[in-house]
Ligand binder design. Structure first.
Ligand code: C2E
Ligand code: MG
Ligand code: MG
Length: 580
């Protein structure tokens, strides 16, 4: 029973995906009514005597019979063109019913006036038959094209477009279904070792098996199988009572693919990875339904475990999101589209100290991807030194030029990840950038986050001492978040402590936070560091920081991160004020 149902589901779904466009019933009714009216006018006027006066001319009433007879013929031809078989059959019936009546007039009543009507009727029968036969031929070709648009040419299965449409329809009708992404394991190496023809044969064979199982109805569920691309298939399962039943269906497809394949006289055993998601409960859009099933399938592939089937869970998205961001970072580095903003830093008396360069990256749609999102990924996948390097060089060249033009003594602070700092050629890179930009070493500040400093203190220290010898300044970023001990701080040849925004946020709402900030400032001063507070947004935060002796301020209250041209404007204004 399910056999027929599954076959029908496949075919009906395909027909639905590429529906044939037919004229609405109203067109049929209008043409039929017009035909009947025209025919009545013909029979009334055919034997009428006399004439009517129209625009000063006398026209015989009989002449109208010819005009309306043509109108009637046009109606039946249009009906055949626009209303398909129904239009053709209706036209044929009315013409054939009419023919003996006209013939009776000619033969029985010797009324030769009706003779043109006989010929007209016969010609109309020939015309509508010719039109109908031609239409049939054109429709057959159109149907084939429509089918091809939703069918994959290699495997004959519905294609990716058909999959998306079907998932969209099911979601719209709120019918529960399971979307499964199937990927054949080791397909790439099969292609490489046995050639593309063998690869194609395997895909065709796999598609045949999947389709056969789908149409057999043996799974007990209503299934729809499609070919997405290369070695990827989709399975949509409906009509299951429980998730276990759907899982059982997936296992049957897995088993079907596990059986031996013989290609070019070689026996091959194939496995596939299955990822699935239950819709609409776990994914409520076409994109999500596909992405989530694919994320689960990729996870199976990554672990290469003996269990080939995995249900989607939201934590899988983190991994696929990382991959997505990694791709974007790689593209941005390749196209050199990583850019920088400059956030001003001020003394507590509101004099410009300098700028912190902050990395910026845009998505394909022009929206910003936050560094809080892409910097950790760049760190994880080993690209952060390239990102840091691009921002460092571009910001230094820009600010170096501005410093030359204005002769202002301002700082450029750059964020450097530990991976970058540990690179053998880091010191060489700093020297190159200083030379190319013309920034004096004392005007460059390298920011290292406190937590990273603690993790790698011994190795980092070697490099930091070298920077110190060159005259480059060191800032300890996000201070207060890394639990560094005073002994670490003491060993660190830093110049600036940057108090993390989280302490500044809490400063005025909690007495202990204010005391903590005051203590950091005191300790910093005792150790010979300057102290800057990050993320200052409000006047009372500023007042408190002034009161407890903070040296510098970086925050939206006096300056958000700026695009280079806005930073240039600010520098020019400071230079004019200085020279005034
Ligand atoms: P960070 O180095 O602590 O930079 C300060 C962050 O605080 C910046 O966020 C800045 O826009 C934000 N900020 C400053 N003042 C305010 C304020 O008043 N209110 C608020 N709400 N935010 C403020 P951004 O640009 O999103 O950078 C986030 C983090 O990304 C940076 O923290 C830094 O750790 C990292 N980062 C940025 N650029 C680079 C880079 O070129 N290389 C490396 N390794 N890390 C970078
Ligand atoms: Mg920073
Ligand atoms: Mg910070």
């Amino acid at each position: 029973m399910k056999t027929d149902l599954n076959k029908r589901v496949m075919n009906r779904s395909l027909d639905k995906l590429a529906p044939e466009k037919k004229a609405p019933t109203s067109t049929y009714i209008i043409l039929l009514v017009s035909y009947i009216i025209a025919d009545i006018v013909v029979s009334v006027t055919a034997n009428a005597k006399g004439s009517i006066s129209l625009a000063g001319m006398s026209i015989s009433i009989y002449a109208f019979a010819g005009v309306f007879s043509s109108v009637a013929n046009i109606c039946v031809i249009l009906m055949t063109i626009f209303c398909g078989k129904k239009g053709y059959i209706t036209s044929m019936i009315v013409l054939l019913v009419q023919l003996p009546i006209i013939l009776m007039g000619v033969i029985g009543q010797h009324n030769l006036n009706s003779l043109p009507g006989v010929f007209g009727n016969i010609l109309a029968v020939i015309a509508i038959t010719a039109v109908f036969l031609y239409n049939q031929k054109v429709n057959r070709a159109h149907n084939e094209i429509r089918r091809q648009a939703v069918t994959d040419t290699l495997t004959g299965l519905p294609n990716m477009y058909a999959t998306f449409r079907l998932i969209g329809d099911l979601l719209k009708s709120e019918i529960p279904f399971v979307n499964v992404t199937i990927n054949i394991n080791g397909f790439k190496s099969l292609n490489e070792t046995m050639g593309y023809n063998a690869g194609n044969t395997l895909l065709i064979e796999a598609a045949k098996r999947l389709r056969a199982l789908c149409e057999s109805g043996d799974t007990g569920t209503v299934d729809f199988i499609t070919h997405l691309s290369s070695d990827e298939f989709a399975l949509i399962i409906r009509d299951f009572k429980s998730e276990d039943e759907a899982l059982n269906t997936i296992k049957m497809y897995d088993a079907a693919l596990n059986e031996k394949f013989t290609i070019d006289d070689c026996d091959l055993y194939m496995t596939a990875s299955f990822g699935y998601v239950c819709c609409p409960s776990e994914a409520d859009s076409v994109d999500n339904a596909c992405a989530y099933a694919t994320a689960a399938m990729r996870e199976v592939k990554r672990h290469n475990s003996s269990n080939h089937i995995l249900h989607f869970t939201p934590d899988l998205l983190k991994e696929s999101h990382t991959l997505e961001i990694e791709g974007k970072i790689r593209a941005a580095l390749e196209n050199d589209t990583i850019f920088f903003n400059l956030q001003p830093q001020f003394s507590i008396s509101h004099e410009l100290r300098g700028f912190e360069a902050l990395a910026r990256m845009k998505d394909a749609d022009g929206s910003f991807i936050s560094p809080g999102e892409f910097i950790p990924v760049a760190e994880k996948v080993g690209l952060v030194d390239k990102v840091d390097g691009a921002v460092f060089r571009k910001a230094a060249i820009f600010l170096g030029d501005l410093m030359k033009r204005t002769e202002l003594d301002i700082m450029l602070s750059v964020n450097v990840s530990v991976r970058h700092l540990m690179k053998n050629d880091f010191i060489e890179e700093v020297r190159d950038v200083l030379r190319d930009s013309g920034i004096p070493p004392k005007n460059l500040e390298i920011e290292i986050t406190e937590s990273i400093m603690i993790e790698s203190v011994d190795r980092a220290l070697l490099c930091i001492h070298e920077l110190e010898n060159m005259g480059v300044k060191i800032a300890i970023d996000d201070f207060g978040t890394g639990y560094s001990s005073l002994s670490y701080l003491h060993r660190f040849p830093a110049n600036l402590l940057k108090i993390d925004k989280s302490f500044i946020d809490d400063m005025n709402s909690s007495k202990s936070s204010k005391e903590y900030v005051a203590a950091i400032i005191s300790i910093g001063h005792i150790m010979g560091f300057d102290v800057i507070s990050e993320g200052v947004e409000e006047d009372d935060q500023l007042d408190t920081l002034r009161e407890i002796g903070c040296d510098f301020i970086q925050g939206y209250i006096w300056g958000k991160p700026l695009m280079p041209d806005a930073a240039e404007e600010l520098v020019m204004k400071c230079s004019e004020q200085k020279n005034a």
